[in-house]
Design a protein around this ligand. Structure first.
Ligand code: S3P
Length: 419
C-alpha cells in the first residue's frame, strides 16, 4: 500500500451545499461536489420543486430561489437510498404552502421518519405515513405557516437538527434544537457562513431567521467517512505510507480517527487549514499493530457512520473491542449491528450483538467467506477493506451498492494496493 489518494467530496456537505444554494439569494458555485447517487437524489428533488440544478459534476452553479421559493412538486420526491435527502427536505417542504410525498428504495422506506415528523408537526406542519410501522416512507408533508420551536431531540441526529434549522430559516421563525450529544454541525457552519444568525452552547443550537442568505462559493472537503476506509486499510497494511489530502477534519466527524489512534494507529495530520467553514488537512497513515478498544457515550455521534469499519478493523486488533450506546446503528441503511455481526461470523471472526452495540474478538486466522451487504454501502466498503487487508478471501455480494457515497471505491482500492 503506497501513494496519495484524494477521496471524493463529503456527502453530508454536498447535500447541504445544494439545499442551501437553492435557498440563497444569488448564484452559488460549488466545487468538488460528491458525484454519488445520494447527492443526485437531492439534486433531483430540488429540480422537482422548481430549482435549476445542473448535472452533478466537478463544478456546479445553482441560482437560488430564496427562502420560500420552491414550487409544489408535480410528482413524489424520489429520495432513493438517501435519508439525508428525505429528512432535510422534509424540513424545507414544511415551510412551504403545499404538500409533497417522499418516496425511496426498500432500505430508506424502512428507516425511522417519525423523529423528523415530530418537531415539524410541533411547528405546525402535517405529516402522514403510508409505510411500515406507521413511520416509513412514503411520507407526505403538508407545509404551511410554521411556529417557533425549542426542540429537545431524544437521539443525536444531524438530519433531524438540520430539518428543524432549515424549516426555521425558510419559515422565518426562531428555532432551537438540543441533542443528547452534539451531532455533525455542517448545517450550522454553512448557514452561519451565508449570513444566518446561529448560536451554539453545548449541545444546543439556535437560529434567528434572516431575510436572505448569501450565495455559497465552496470547495467541498474530501469526505472523512470515505477517507476512513483507506486510513483503516493503510493501518492494517504490511508496509507503505498512504497520504489522503484535503480531508474534512471537523471534530464532529473524526471520532473514528480518535478511536483508531487509541487502538495504536499511526495517523499524522499535515497541511491543516480551513476550507469554507470547515477544517481540512492531509492524513498520513502508516501501518501499526492494534489493540482492542471500548467506545461509547457522547463519542459515538462523531463516529456513527464508521462503526461498521471499526468493527472490521477490530477483527485484526489484539483482544476485545466493545461498541456501546450505538443503538442508532439499527436504523441506518441496514441494521448495522445485526449485519456486521452476522458478516464477521460468516468470515470467521467471533462477534456478538448487544442491544445497542457489538463485541468483536480480534484474530490472526485467515478470513474467508461471503458478505451480505443488504445493499448497504458502508458494509460493502468496510468488508472490502477487511478483505483487502487479509489476503482477499472475503467476497462482497453486492459491490455496486457503494455508488451512493463512493462510486470509485473499488478502483481506488485496487490502485492503492497494487504491488
Ligand atoms: C447525516 C447524519 C447522520 C449520518 C448520515 C448522514 C447527515 O444520520 O449517519 O450518514 O448528513 O446529516 P443521523 O442524522 O440519522 O444521525
Amino acid at each position: 500500500m503506497d501513494g496519495t489518494l484524494r477521496v471524493p467530496g463529503d456527502k453530508s456537505i454536498s447535500h447541504r451545499a445544494l439545499l442551501l444554494a437553492a435557498l440563497a439569494t444569488g448564484t452559488s458555485r460549488i466545487r468538488g461536489l460528491l458525484a454519488g447517487d445520494d447527492v443526485r437524489s437531492t439534486a433531483g428533488v430540488l429540480r422537482a420543486m422548481g430549482v435549476t440544478v445542473p448535472p452533478v459534476g466537478p463544478t456546479v452553479t445553482v441560482a437560488g430561489v430564496g427562502r420560500r421559493g420552491f414550487v409544489a412538486p408535480p410528482t413524489p420526491l424520489a429520495c432513493g437510498n438517501s435519508g439525508t435527502t428525505a429528512r432535510l427536505v422534509a424540513g424545507l417542504v414544511a415551510a412551504h404552502p403545499f404538500a409533497a410525498t417522499f418516496v425511496g428504495d426498500a432500505s430508506l422506506s424502512r428507516r425511522p421518519m417519525r423523529r423528523v415528523a415530530r418537531p415539524l408537526e410541533a411547528m405546525g406542519a402535517t405529516v402522514t405515513f403510508g409505510g411500515a410501522k406507521g413511520e416509513g416512507l412514503p411520507m407526505t408533508v403538508q407545509g404551511g405557516a410554521l411556529r417557533s420551536i425549542e426542540w429537545r431531540a431524544e437521539t443525536a441526529s444531524a438530519q433531524v437538527k438540520s430539518a428543524v434549522l432549515l424549516a426555521g430559516h425558510a419559515a422565518g421563525v426562531p428555532v432551537s434544537v438540543t441533542e443528547p450529544a452534539p451531532s455533525r454541525d455542517h448545517t450550522e457552519r454553512m448557514l452561519q457562513a451565508m449570513g444566518a444568525k446561529v448560536s451554539r452552547r453545548g449541545a444546543t443550537v439556535a437560529l434567528d431567521p434572516v431575510a436572505s442568505l448569501r450565495p455559497l462559493d465552496l470547495d467541498v472537503p474530501a469526505d472523512a467517512s470515505s477517507a476512513a476506509f483507506f486510513v483503516a486499510l493503510a493501518t492494517l497494511a504490511g508496509d507503505g505510507v498512504l497520504r489522503l489530502p484535503g480531508v474534512g477534519l471537523n471534530r464532529t466527524r473524526t471520532g473514528f480517527l480518535d478511536a483508531l489512534m487509541a487502538m495504536g494507529a499511526r495517523v499524522a495530520r499535515e497541511d491543516e487549514t480551513v476550507a469554507g467553514a470547515e477544517p481540512i488537512g492531509t492524513l498520513v497513515v502508516q501501518p501499526a499493530a492494534l489493540q482492542g478498544v471500548t467506545v461509547g457515550g457522547a463519542d459515538i455521534p462523531a463516529m456513527i457512520d464508521e462503526l461498521p469499519l471499526l468493527a472490521c478493523v477490530a477483527a485484526r486488533a489484539a483482544g476485545t473491542t466493545t461498541i456501546r450506546d450505538a443503538g442508532e446503528l439499527r436504523g441506518k441503511e441496514s441494521d448495522r449491528i445485526a449485519a456486521v455481526v452476522a458478516n464477521l461470523r460468516a468470515v470467521g471472526v467471533s462477534a456478538s450483538e448487544l442491544e445497542d452495540g457489538l463485541v468483536v474478538e480480534g484474530t490472526d486466522a485467515p478470513l474467508v467467506g461471503r458478505v451480505v451487504t443488504h445493499a448497504d454501502h458502508r458494509l460493502a466498503m468496510a468488508f472490502g477493506v477487511l478483505g483487502a487487508a487479509t489476503g482477499g478471501g472475503i467476497v462482497v455480494d453486492d459491490p455496486g451498492c457503494v455508488a451512493v457515497s463512493y462510486p470509485g471505491f473499488w478502483d481506488d482500492l485496487a490502485r492503492v494496493t497494487r504491488r
